[in-house]
Design a protein around this ligand. Sequence first.
Ligand SMILES: [Zn+2]
Length: 726
Amino acid sequence: IEDDSMENSEVQIFYREDPEEQSLSQSPCPPAEMPSTNLYSPLKPRNYQLELAFPAKEGKNTIICAPTGCGKTFVSLLICEHHLQKFSQGRKGKVVFFANHVPVYEQQKTVFSRHFDRLGYRVTGISGATAENVPVAQTIENSDIIVLTPQILVNNLKNGTVPSLSVFTLMIFDECHNTSKHHPYNVIMFNYLDQKLGGFSDPLPQVIGLTASVGVGDAGNVEEAMAHICKLCASLDASVIATVRENLEELEQVVSKPQKISRKVEPRTTNRFKLILCQLMQETEHLAENVSEELGYLFRIQDRVFGTQKYEQWIVAVHKACMVFRAPDREEESRICKAMYLYTSHLRKYNDTLIISEDAQIKDALNYLKDFFNNVRAAAFDETEQDLTRRFEEKLPELERVCMDPSNENPKLRDLHLILQEEYHLNPETRTILFVKTRALVDALKKWIEENPALNFLKPGILTGRGKTNDKTGMTLPAQKCVLDTFRANGDNILIATSVADEGIDIAQCNLVILYEYVGNVIRMIQTRGRGRAKGSKCYLLSSNADVIAKENINLYKEQMMNDSISRLQTWDEAIFQERIHRIQNQEKLIRDSQPKPELVPDKENKRLLCGKCKVLACHTADIRVIEESHYTVIGDAFKKCFVRKPHPKPRSYGGFEKKEKIFCARENCGHDWGIRVRYKTFEIPVIKIESFVVEDTVTGLQKQYPRWKDFPLEKIQFDAKELSQ
Ligand SMILES: [Zn+2]
């Protein structure tokens, strides 16, 4: 059970480089109504689309590399239709189409259904949202085209429900540049390649990959870039890279390259807000340093700057180190651990606040901090917390004054304001996508637009991922679809988005893309620019950091290198290319097979689970039972006395579970978030999360902290209903 409202726990990393990168295939949300776009009306293929589809129609495993917005979906329809119709009577083709993100999955399922229903083929889809209630093997058996999120197939290959990839005759990978490392795409292809190289005689499906950019990895020159691309081809068993070469003029008429503009903005000259916050952080660090002699050394390490991602990483490391601190006296250990827990949590919030103030208004940053202290006051509120709150409140009047002072306005926002005003003045019909780094910023910028009378020509919508990083701003699938539909229907005219929107989702024509302190790798850059499809579109990069602008220029250079590399590979003789691919595949398989994953040896020793905050004994590992592989409960009456319950703010049910309450450490002044209480079958049971606890060895007294259950070498005893009813 993923309890997303407890993900606000202090251990989570709020600011990640890539907040939306995650598999959406485990989503517990139901699929929603289908949108309608002009994609579904019958279209006449353009010449370049026929050119792209040609090698695949000849039966070759192909990577189709063409710009975002040129109609790759339509190319895949052409290939699919040709593939299904080439089978003579008696034999049948079966196509599987993989999509990584749920909105893309929904879109593709709709497009395929509309197109192939008329032709009499059965199209179905299975995503994480529907997988639980669907007999997967039967669904695949009864369908001609199956749209899947890839993790579904990985799971069903692993548990044997789908015996082999030979059930399919064609596999299409959308955004196929993801086929690397441990991505589910690559796990599927490992299975394919093991069958191919292992000399099994069952026929394997044809493989097609679609992408706007194959990427170049860390390549510094064309040779290295070619090696990177060859490796991707080997992973997908592709012998052809299809790009548009003969119909370039036609392609350029359809996909216009937006004009690129980089704007370096100056940071605030005086920053009183930052100064005060840094003082508070210094004070807090000093208090933490004096809690215990043994832990004090952690704070004497130099070289850290408040308000940076690096500080965030450092404070998380300190936080974890303190959780497993041991002292000869239990009460003393509890006191020290709890104090350190609180100091490091506060330091993280201060650091978050500084990061928000850099890109948004000071007001947004201060509100974020005030919210945090309100929550602190509402919870246990012990002496340390009272002290920290008092220190903050002393500074609050001055912080409020700084907030109201117009001279502290963020110059970045001023610049953004100018761009928007100018573009909408030139063309009132402008549609904008504004990319920002984090969800906190999405909210802050939306507010900024709404509260700014000079920007009342803007109707902002937001689009963020479904991740569980922050409960408040995570978007459900129906909500995402609703936003996309209103944007299409000409409701909103500016969409504020995190990186979720940069892969493949079909958003109606935008002519203005603004990257607000937003930089990614070359693949991301090409796709983001693909969003500005309309003629005469512009793409602004707005940053106060010269490095960010330099990085963007490197990305442009890498894009050139990639195009050169593909051109050179396309001149190779196909047999020679295939031989090279085959050699890479064998090498990679050898490496894979010689490094079997070390299985965690279950540790049968009974251990203690201590509260991660106050270190009170919660339970023993011998009392932990596992439900359906991934949920952990504790049996026995002793544990029931250790926690207190509160109604869950977002009760929900899915699978066999009904989420009803949250549970917290019962110790006075602690109240640490331990997990949830659910209804499962006829039982009301607690489900705990291991990151809230510290594991103590009963013999050696050594303590360890595990971020996830799968890292914990626990002997898994299955949940048994009989045991509980006794
Ligand atoms: Zn506790």
